[in-house]
Write a protein of this length. Structure first.
Length: 450
């Protein structure tokens, strides 16, 4: 099934958070709403993608995803239930099915996440339907439907802080947020009858404790950006991308897109070994030939002390012929593949920038490795009359105050109540681990007709 294929690709591109207890919690919320969803024969599965930006999406066949960034932003189980119901509605109404064809039209050398972002790009009417469906399901299952409105408000506030924080495009790229949409959700909540059911987490504190320990922002295991320089402490390399471009980091590729979207450069795994030319020629005979690419020039070269091999090629793309400089770099038993792509008409404009980026590839230094930190969510109790600034100083909060306010839906100058629970971030030096990922199988929930 195409949904299953896309689910495997999502796991490879974005990574799945290996937290069985938290995944089971998400699935339990979804399972309680499934009986109120339009009947479908497929089973629903629920997973948490390893993405620092707030995000949620559905794939055909009942695959429902929320990001750890969305979980850290949610301030109640009601909000989370409404979001999960929203995505169940997208899946049950088969909203995502039409987006699958867009993936097939993408250039094969496009950054991977861009292909799958197409799945979650819904029309405005579909978004309204999903908001309404999510709220209705949540209300019938015992959650406050106003959670959709409050979450949309938090999401709008979060959007204004996302520059330089998000690892990938987030929820508001595929689910446009507006004050009108939040207001509509609030109005609908006033008309829905509901009765408070038992919280799956047991209490509000139980909900927050479920989130404690989640990574906030980028996961250093996949490398991090320090301005435009990308550092991968686990694999030991660094590369610098054009500073005025939009940076992107996924589990399978890291790179940047020009602000106008007319060029992209991204680094991915080319193959094992130390023979850059052999991997390049295998690529020419395999993937490039399958995509009807033409090779115009091949060039052995050095990138610093590393053996490298470059291919200049043209290939058919969705908007016309594309020009590519594809550089293979051998580094410590791995051959990396640096794809630099633009339209043929812009090849001369970007050629120098492509080559400059390739030359910045090198081993990471000890000083650069020490720059990499990991941030985890912590839950603390406020003292009577404290402000967020006072609490942050007392508890060692590493998050900026505006971000702390958004994550807690609190005003910066407001006074906190004694014992009030507040989400903060605690940073510590990142210690590299073996470069492997264990992904849990998504928790399956049967559909009504299963």
């Amino acid at each position: 099934m195409v949904g299953d294929e896309s689910a495997r690709a999502i796991a490879a591109e974005m990574g799945i958070v290996d937290d069985p207890e938290l995944t089971a919690y998400i699935a339990a919320i979804g399972k309680r709403m499934v009986p109120y969803a339009p009947q479908r024969t497929f089973d629903y599965t629920f997973s948490i993608v390893d993405q620092g930006a707030p995000n949620a999406f559905a794939l055909p066949g009942g695959h429902i995803y929320v990001s750890r960034g969305l979980l850290t932003l949610a301030n109640s189980e009601d909000e989370l239930a409404c979001v999960i119901g929203h995505e169940i509605t997208h899946s049950a109404e088969r909203h995502a099915a039409g987006q699958q064809a867009a993936i097939q039209r993408m250039n094969p050398l496009s950054i991977g996440y861009m292909k799958y972002a197409q799945i979650a790009a819904y029309g405005r009417n579909q978004e309204r339907d999903a908001d309404r469906g999510g709220q209705t399901m949540a209300a019938k299952a015992g959650w406050d439907p106003v959670g959709m409105a409050t979450f949309l408000q938090d999401l709008g506030n979060s959007e204004r802080l996302m520059v330089g924080w998000s690892r990938l495009p987030g929820y508001f790229d595929s689910h446009p947020v507006s004050t009108e949409r939040a207001a509509t959700a609030a109005q609908l909540a006033d008309t829905l009858e509901w009765k408070r059911g038992k919280l799956v987490a047991g209490s509000h504190e139980g909900f927050l404790r479920k989130l404690e320990g989640l990574i906030v922002g980028p996961n250093p295991k996949e490398g991090v950006f320090v301005e435009s320089r990308f550092l991968h402490p686990d694999m030991g390399f660094t590369i610098k991308f054009p500073k005025d471009w939009h940076m992107v980091n996924s589990s399978e590729a890291v790179g940047a897109m020009s602000r106008r979207g007319d060029a992209q450069i991204f680094l991915t795994f080319g193959g094992p070994g130390d023979d850059a030319e052999a991997v390049a020629r295998s690529f020419m005979e395999g993937a490039l030939k399958e995509q009807r690419g033409e090779v115009h020039r091949i060039l052995p070269l050095k990138i610093g002390p590393y053996e490298a091999f470059r291919i200049e090629t043209t290939m058919p793309g969705r908007g016309g012929t594309m020009h590519g400089q594809i550089t293979f770099i051998a580094f410590e038993g791995v051959v990396f593949q640096l794809n630099a792509i633009t339209s043929s008409g812009s090849a001369s404009k970007f050629s120098g920038r492509f080559q400059t980026t390739a030359r910045t590839f090198r081993a990471i230094t000890a000083e650069e490795r020490d720059l990499v930190m990991i941030m985890r969510l912590a839950i603390v109790k406020a003292l009577r009359g404290e402000t967020l600034e006072m609490l942050s100083a007392r508890t060692g909060n590493s998050l900026p105050l505006p971000q702390t306010g958004v994550l807690n839906d609190l005003f910066l100058d407001g006074r906190l109540k004694e014992g009030q629970l507040v989400k903060i971030g605690r940073a510590e030096p990142y210690r590299p681990s073996p470069p492997s990922r264990t992904s849990e199988k998504p928790e399956a929930v049967p559909g009504p007709d299963s």
